[in-house]
Write a protein that binds this ligand. Structure first.
Ligand code: TXE
Length: 484
């Protein structure tokens, strides 16, 4: 792929250049070099996409569920059949190791379509008999054109996590990937057409959030918005949608606690805790970036966790030997690196990492790399422990007992996910119930069942995605009462 590679929109079933004719540089994180150009679309492209989506809606919303299901299952199979191409594109575009794109991102994109393709053929709705006087039944119908906006950290994974339920339930979609990672979204359009998805059901508009994203959230013909991204952006999205009483789902940032009690089995749990801290270079909103360790275990844990962090091989994302790839962009890399300086200024001790690796392959010399970084000695209320860093930078903080662990864990404005590590399951359930988080894992992390409600509380989001919650979010219930 060269800098002349153009990443265009996908509207009404075909590739479409931006009406402006303008393009933005798309940079490969591992090399820091421009490797393609992405459409710099604007509200005119969004208008064209909405027109196509609205035109496709009557037929698609009346297509039998079994037919919609069959098309989405074919799309899932095509994603599987194109695993190598999609995984490589994802790794090059995002900077994550190819091994992670192959084993996590792309298979999950297929799973998203399979899950909702099968859910809609078994969906049920309610009825209520009011004594012997009336029957009430609930009709659930699609809501129209859905506006779907996704972030750069799990590009195809999160893009399809929105598209699949939206179109499975009979909506049509105007979907916007992050301008930072546009590539795999651009590969999805043609696969959808090959699967037999009718033109206009899925429309993909590339470009900047302030232009394209904003045009989507403010468009009068888009009544439903599903957004995943930063908390600040989420507030702007909510504000833009509120004036038109749109239905909005917000999956936002996190500052997740990993709570490790004295009786945790470190031999068993340490590898998973390391993965929860540094997977995807710490660029998963579910990563545990604040490790709270009970005092009796703290010294042993710090020694073993730092040693394990140092073992992680940071290198060329395309190399099978790399455990850690590049951070997604220069601005994000600079933001994450700046927090290491903040931590030092707040009295933290950098136990390991804190800088790019000394050795990198020639082609990666100008890439955005940072070694897994572990910091101790910080106050739970300091900036490093309160603000989302969204990179391979974690802190270790000791706690005395359950009460102190909960006080520290719940002391941020976020509430997305937590993992709890203990052999005392009564304590695990007790702590799980009191933690401010939408998802709690006990002695595991990122073990996902797509049927469960997924999302955060406080500044981590509004609404839930996944399972029935997603089917409910993208449909409108109407109650019909029939007198007997
Ligand atoms: O977010 P941004 P990024 C969070 C993560 C981090 C951030 C990283 O914690 O804070 O997202 O992703 C578009 N109107 N999560 O930097 O900038 C933008 O173009 C409409 C949490 O991408 O918020 C992109 O497509 N759209 C999450 C998308 O919004 C706008 C998992 C996200 O961009 C816009 C992943 C605007 N005004 C990341 N401005 C979770 N909780 O699951 C930008 N965009």
């Amino acid at each position: 792929m060269g800098t002349d590679t153009k990443i265009d929109n996908y509207i009404a079933g075909r590739s479409a250049a931006p009406i402006s004719g303008a393009y933005l540089d798309n940079v490969e994180p591992a090399t820091g070099q421009v490797y393609s150009q992405v459409a710099d679309s604007d509200e005119r492209d969004v208008e064209a996409a909405v027109t196509a989506a609205a035109a496709a809606y009557p037929a698609w919303s009346h297509t039998p569920a079994a037919e919609r299901s069959a098309i989405l299952l074919r799309l899932a199979d095509l994603i599987d059949d194109n695993l190598d191409e999609l995984a490589r594109a994802e790794s090059v575009d995002n900077g994550k190791p190819l091994s992670v794109a192959r084993s996590v991102d792309i298979p999950r994109a297929a799973a998203n379509f399979r899950f909702f393709a099968t859910a809609i053929v078994h969906d049920q709705s309610e009825s209520h008999a009011t004594d012997y006087s009336a029957i009430n039944y609930t009709l659930r119908r699609p809501r129209g054109v859905a506006g779907l906006i996704s972030p750069w950290n799990l590009p195809l994974y999160l893009f399809t996590w929105k598209i699949a339920p939206a179109i499975a339930t009979g909506n049509t979609a105007v979907a916007k990937p992050s301008e930072v990672t546009p590539m795999t979204a651009s590969l999805l359009g043609p696969l959808a057409a090959e699967a037999g998805l009718p033109d206009g059901v899925l429309n993909i508009v590339q470009g900047l959030g302030a232009k394209v994203g904003n045009a989507i959230t403010g468009h009068p013909q888009i009544p439903t918005i599903s957004f995943t991204g930063g908390t600040l952006t989420g507030a702007a999205v909510a504000q833009s949608a509120a004036a038109q009483f749109k239905k909005v789902s917000l999956e936002l940032g996190g500052k997740n606690a990993t709570v490790i009690f004295d009786d945790a089995d470190l031999d068993q749990s340490l590898p998973e805790i390391v993965r929860s801290a540094f997977a995807n270079q710490g660029q998963i909103c579910l990563c545990g970036s604040r490790l709270l360790v009970q005092r009796g275990l703290f010294d042993e844990f710090r020694t073993r966790f730092v040693a394990a962090a140092k073992e992680l091989r940071v290198g060329d994302p395309l190399s099978e030997d790399s455990d850690q790839g590049a951070l997604v962009s220069r601005p994000h890399w600079e933001k994450v690196c700046s927090y290491v300086d903040v931590a030092r200024s707040e009295g933290g001790t950098v136990e390991c990492g804190g800088a790019p690796p000394a050795q990198l392959p020639e082609r990666c010399k100008n890439g955005f790399f940072l070694e897994p970084t572990v910091i101790t000695g910080l106050d739970p209320q300091c900036r490093t422990n309160q603000e989302e860093i969204f990179g391979p930078v974690v802190t270790l903080t000791p706690f005395h007992d359950e009460a102190e662990a909960l006080a520290i864990a719940n002391s941020t404005r976020y509430g997305l996910a937590t993992s709890i590590w203990t052999s005392d399951l009564g304590r695990a359930h007790r702590v799980a119930e009191q933690i401010h988080a939408g998802t709690v894992w006990i002695n595991c992390w990122m073990l996902r069942d797509l049927r469960v409600p997924f999302g955060g509380m406080k500044h981590s989001g509004v609404g839930r995605e996944g399972g029935d919650e997603a089917l409910r979010f993208f449909t409108e219930p109407k109650n019909v009462c029939v007198k007997m």
